[in-house]
Design a binder for this molecule. Sequence first.
Ligand SMILES: [Zn+2]
Length: 298
Amino acid sequence: MHVHHLNCGCMCPWGGRLWDGASSGLMGRLICHCLLVETNQGLVLIDTGFGTRDVAAPYERLSPLFVHMNRIQLDWRFTALAEVEARGFSARDIRHIVLTHLDFDHAGGLEDFPEATIHVMQNEVDAARSRDGFIARRRYRPEQWDDVRHWHFHSAGGERWFGFEAVRDLPGLPPEILMIPLPGHTAGHAGVAIETPQGWLLNAGDAYFHRYEMNRHPHCTPGLAAYQRLMEVDREERLYNQDRLRELANRRRGVRIFCSHDPIEYEALVQLSAPAREESAAVPASRRHEAGYAAHVS
Ligand SMILES: [Zn+2]
């Protein structure tokens, strides 16, 4: 089991550090943190950021409101397909995609991986299909997923993971990958937990947006606090889940939590996985396509 950290999107809203708490210029910097997981059952993507079709035709697929407000940088380099190919794999190697939710900045790359089965919570797909309300019509973009052929919808079913409800045994995926329902940002929003040889990783998606929200004394920038309120569907649930994540982050060793859009969290995790990445890069691309390669690097 080896995990690659990918950046599949870049957004630079006006306001600089009012958004990210770090930029010195007029524009903030947010990323789309996705994962590529090498398992002994093939390659799995966690979220897809923006896709090549978004880059080619943004106004046919994305809401102009978010293109301009978030200042989405539409660039082929910031797509899951480019990130996957940069590591010597091809689109056809991706067998499964697990989604935190179906927002435009997480589901844009789905159609770049036509062989993949898409795993998402049932109540998320219900909300995305009904698109009920001003924000819902702009956040959920059926143009990004109407060509998807293989779906698998899930409901939480009694499993527990560190006190959270969980969906384990996702069909076709190893038991080390679980969905953790974390509603509030959207109705069917879920984190994705992965057990690696180095411990647990929890991709919390958009359950929070700024790294300091996981501190014992949490803090969020004004831009990201306002954005989270704009996008939430249930404030009580969102804040309750943030509290639970914060408690897990501070009390439980061996669980590393990160969100989708914080570039500092992303860069720290890229650094941590660097030795394994270099080892992986030493393997010729031709060998990586051999069946069972993933087993050699577990
Ligand atoms: Zn997002």
